[in-house]
Design a protein around this ligand. Sequence first.
Ligand SMILES: Nc1nc2c(ncn2[C@@H]2O[C@H](COP(=O)(O)OP(=O)(O)OP(=O)(O)O)[C@@H](O)[C@H]2O)c(=O)[nH]1
Ligand SMILES: [Mg+2]
Length: 568
Amino acid sequence: MACRCPRSPRVFLPFLYPSLFAPNGICRSSAAVGGARRHGSTEAAAPSGEPVSSRLNPAPDDYSMPNFADKAKLSIYAGAGGHGCISFLREAFMDDGPANGGDGGHGGNVYIQAVHGETSLHKLARRKVVRAGRGKNGQGSSRSGQRGEDVIIAVPVGTVVREISRDDPEAPSRFLRRRIRKRGTLPAEEGPDGEPIEDPDRDKWLLYPGMSSTDMKRVALPRLPHRDRIFLQPRAPVHLDLSRPTPRPILLAAGGLGGLGNPHFVTRTTPKPMFATKGERAMSMEIELELKLLADVGLVGLPNAGKSTLLRSITNSRTRVGDWAFTTLQPNIGTVVLDNNKGRPALTSYRRVSNAPQSRGDPFNVPTGPQPEFERRTRFTIADIPGLIEGAHLDKGLGIAFLRHVERAGVLAFVVDLSAGNAVAALKALWTEVGLYAQMREDEERERQRQAVVDWSAAAGTDVADDTFWPSTMGLGDDSLPAAVDAGGLHIAGKPWFVVATKGDLPDTQANFEELRDYLAAVSRGEEPHPSGVEGAWTRDCTAIPVSAINGQGVDRVVHWAVGLLDG
Ligand SMILES: Nc1nc2c(ncn2[C@@H]2O[C@H](COP(=O)(O)OP(=O)(O)OP(=O)(O)O)[C@@H](O)[C@H]2O)c(=O)[nH]1
Ligand SMILES: [Mg+2]
């Protein structure tokens, strides 16, 4: 019986209806599979004329697609402190015993920690709200309330955390209290008509519920005792660049202090205090998380150039491959194993181990004895991102935002299809987009730094003492962007790079390759400017490696060359 599925344009079929191409698909027709999927493929054909699927030339439905998100916005709420308790001992023959109200428990803190094993922010993007536990109220018989539960937000290594806003309801009264402590009393001009303004701490007290309203008005409350915070709230705005795993969680929002029970206020004149303090209200914060994958080599290319096939050919990745543009819709990371510790390594490579102190204010930079300067590299990672098209910076195609995942790569590999027009023009177009992306990032970073100069400390509820302890901007990586903010695009153009010329197996590609090779030789000699046009960019040894990734030919050279550049 004839297939009842309409014959759509071949290019879109596998993308929209991969099930039609499944080995057991209902409407699978050999014409559709053989024709739509293969673009100039040189693979062996079965006697029926249908191409043989292989790992490097897989069916469109033969791929793995883990959940992935590289951005997330979170509202985080620290826990409020539990209230102190007003209670008196009651026992047989003692109906009016001493005060024995317990203290309230402190609120839970919210921390963040970069850990290996996390690869995406999709769970956090869905979660949206993170709340630490509230401290429990104190109880009679001097029983203190339980502390609220802490929450640790686990993020992948490579995550940048930015504070958007914070709300600390305790900040104004903490600020006033600090001034009172400094000057002894509130300045007269701060009250209306020169009257001293009402005690800002009045609403911090809990009064015994059995008191009459007149007693409540008349009760003489002592001065709120000064209490040091156990956890110092980081200064606003928080900016963390977690480009390494953090050995300990980093505090984002500190929980409120628990209230004090009535025994704290026993004095000779007030032996039976009918009051206790409330727990502090919790602070909340809006943060933005941005994941910049940390791969050693980043693949950059036009759509359909063969990036994913190349990744499959040198790693065990199961990224999707297809003969249409934008097959890849999210970044994929593959690992090239140089030494699986089972015999002779494929390649001997050493990577430099940084002994230098980590950048600005890293509180975890505890030297742990002498370290070797080099260590053996047993593997390296490659990131494959969606294809870039000309005008991607104007949001054409999938835009240029995915370049953030190769921004921190040690080496860039430009993948150019030799069968798809002039390779030199393609390379220049790619570099133009990369250059514009670099410019955009630097502008963004400059703007962010300009905003961070504003002193938010009083209004934002910062604990003054923590200025000395915790810088608002902390980079845990040597390559964090702020250092390169005035780099004029060099933070990307300064990286070592090379070109992988794919589909070399197709006819009439040799002349194209030779033109590309001659152009790169001229760039290396300094006769041609760097394709991005950036002054001082890396042009030391620009080369093009011809490969036929679909047949696995020439790809070993890509690995060797990449390792050579990574080793420096
Ligand atoms: N003949 C030949 N075809 C290749 C080669 N490399 C890839 N292809 C084919 O080119 C098409 C596109 O390959 P992909 O690896 O999906 O290309 P991509 O650059 O990842 O594409 P996007 O994900 O859309 O950016 C597929 O049909 C591959 O089979 C090659 O070396 N030779
Ligand atoms: Mg792809």
